[in-house]
Design a protein around this ligand. Structure first.
Ligand code: UDP
Length: 475
């Protein structure tokens, strides 16, 4: 690669779901800018995006997949990320080390949840950059909380406090803060460590979306930062937009035909992300709330949590699905939906979302306002960005941080669901304003990734920096 003057970048995504998708797109974006991208992953994850990479290769994009072989008699949990960032991937340490020794890349971009990887890149002196699936805003919020907020001084979990040090007025409660950020935690220390070992951070966001927060990171956190997104915009073909790792459970053409029969901005899309998993009693409240709101919808029901007998007692999702189909009111995906295609359709006028960062960005790119229903990770902070800073969404009123498991106690009632759906989907001056705002941000997003745009420039700047590093190494 040195002879040809290209830079060779390895990308090491976390396993599955909402971290894998944007990292694959990032690898493709860098290949489009002339870098040689290699995606390091496990065989089962590779199978999820092999098709799209093969298509890229056919159009001569310099991108490949390298599968790390797991040591004998070892295995990793399934790739649905249901246990999320807590999964320990360190059994990949030896295979990674071997690969880096044999083929030294100019740089490796590592997902922050491979917390051990910084030790390997340090030892082998391979330049490393961290990829952390969220935006600039959460980083500023958490950093200021870490420095200034003393959680013990709050009288209760529901007492609001003002996040200090931010230019915008952002109030949160302790119950909305990830449990591992309320006290000192090893997990947070470890991700801080890998960040410190890196040359800098690649972020899937764009400058005009959160300029003040991007500046804050650049100036105050003392790390080089490249804003390279929204990377989902690199998906141009219907095939790329529909797959995203899994096959839709209703074929995309039937879904698009159904949307074609609906009026512009009339359909609400509902999804809680790649690891969506809610208890039956919560699904029931959503269903009744939707029906009462009388708005057409597409709802992605992921895995269902059968937590207790009382949940499964009376309610049948199948019947609801059948009734909605007969009334031509709603389409239900029992698994994966072609989210990018749905959001971009003119008939879709709102997205009820858990505020995962990818969903939030994809929605912004499509110019669609949101109903925010955060559950875990940094989603409550993303909600604040959407509703308080960008003012392009309404809150459903979820208050408690927690992974989607049997421990999840909070139930958002049907009245709240109905209220939020009507508020967003029935036209009003306020909603008109939101639509105008989000449309304008979506234009900014598209400009950012085009030649002359801020993300386009950041990608080229990073490649240039690696070239200089490469030359220095050769002298
Ligand atoms: N996604 C999809 N179809 C689905 C569910 C999710 O294409 O049925 C994609 C979605 O477009 C996004 C990603 O999966 O790119 C979810 O990432 P996000 O950060 O929103 O949430 P997470 O899955 O990490 O909770």
């Amino acid at each position: 690669n040195h002879e040809t003057g290209t830079v060779k970048i390895y990308f090491f995504p976390f396993l599955g779901g909402g971290h894998q998708i944007p990292m694959i797109d990032t690898a493709r974006v860098f290949a489009k800018h002339g870098a040689t991208s290699t995606i390091l992953t496990t065989p089962s994850c590779a199978a999820q995006f092999q098709n799209s990479i093969t298509r890229d290769q056919k159009s001569n994009l310099p991108i490949t997949i390298y599968t790390l072989t797991l040591p004998e008699n070892t295995q990793l949990p399934d790739t649905d990320m249901s246990a999320g960032p807590m999964i320990d991937t360190s059994i990949l340490l030896e295979p990674l080390k071997l690969l880096l020794l044999q083929h030294r890349p100019d740089c490796i971009v590592v997902d922050i949840f491979h917390r051990w990887a910084g030790d390997v890149t340090d030892e082998l002196k391979v330049p490393m950059i961290v990829f952390n699936g969220d935006g600039c805003f959460p980083r500023c919020v958490f950093e200021n909380m870490r420095k200034h907020v003393v959680f013990e001084n709050l009288s209760s979990d529901s007492e609001p406090f003002l996040v200090p040090g931010l230019p915008d007025r952002v109030e949160m409660t302790r119950s909305q803060v990830p449990s591992f950020r309320r006290n000192k935690s090893e997990f947070v220390d470890r991700i801080k460590q890998i960040e410190e070992k890196g040359l800098g951070i690649v972020i899937n966001s764009f400058y005009d979306l959160e300029p003040v927060y991007a500046d804050y990171i650049r100036n105050e956190l003392g790390k080089k930062t490249w804003l390279v997104g929204p990377v989902s915009l690199c998906n141009r073909s219907v095939e790329d937009k529909k797959e995203r790792g899994k096959q839709p459970t209703i074929d995309e053409q039937s879904c698009l035909n159904w949307l074609n029969s609906k009026k512009p901005n009339s359909v609400l899309y509902i999804s809680f992300g790649s690891a969506a998993c809610l208890p039956m009693k919560q699904l029931k409240e959503i269903a009744y709330g939707l029906e009462a709101s009388d708005q057409p919808f597409i709802w992605v029901v992921g895995k269902i949590l059968n937590s207790s007998k009382s949940d499964s007692e009376i309610w049948a999702l199948d019947e609801f699905e059948k009734r909605m189909k007969e009334m031509d009111k709603g389409l239900i995906f029992r698994g994966w939906a072609p989210q990018l295609l749905i959001l971009e359709h003119d008939a879709v006028g709102g997205f009820m979302t858990h505020c995962g960062w990818n969903s939030t960005l994809e929605c912004v790119c499509a110019g669609v306002p949101m109903i925010t229903w955060p559950l875990s990770a940094e989603q409550f902070v993303n909600e604040k960005l959407v509703t308080d800073v960008l003012r392009i969404g309404v809150q459903v009123g979820s208050r408690e941080w927690g992974f989607c498991d049997a421990e999840r106690k909070e139930l958002v009632g049907r009245e709240k669901v109905e209220f939020a759906v009507k508020k967003l989907m029935v036209e009003s001056e306020e909603v008109e304003e939101m639509r105008r705002r989000v449309k304008s941000i979506s234009e900014d997003a598209k400009r950012a990734v085009e030649e002359g745009g801020s993300s386009y420039g950041d990608i080229d700047a990073l490649i240039q920096e690696l070239k200089i590093l490469q030359t220095g190494k050769d002298v």
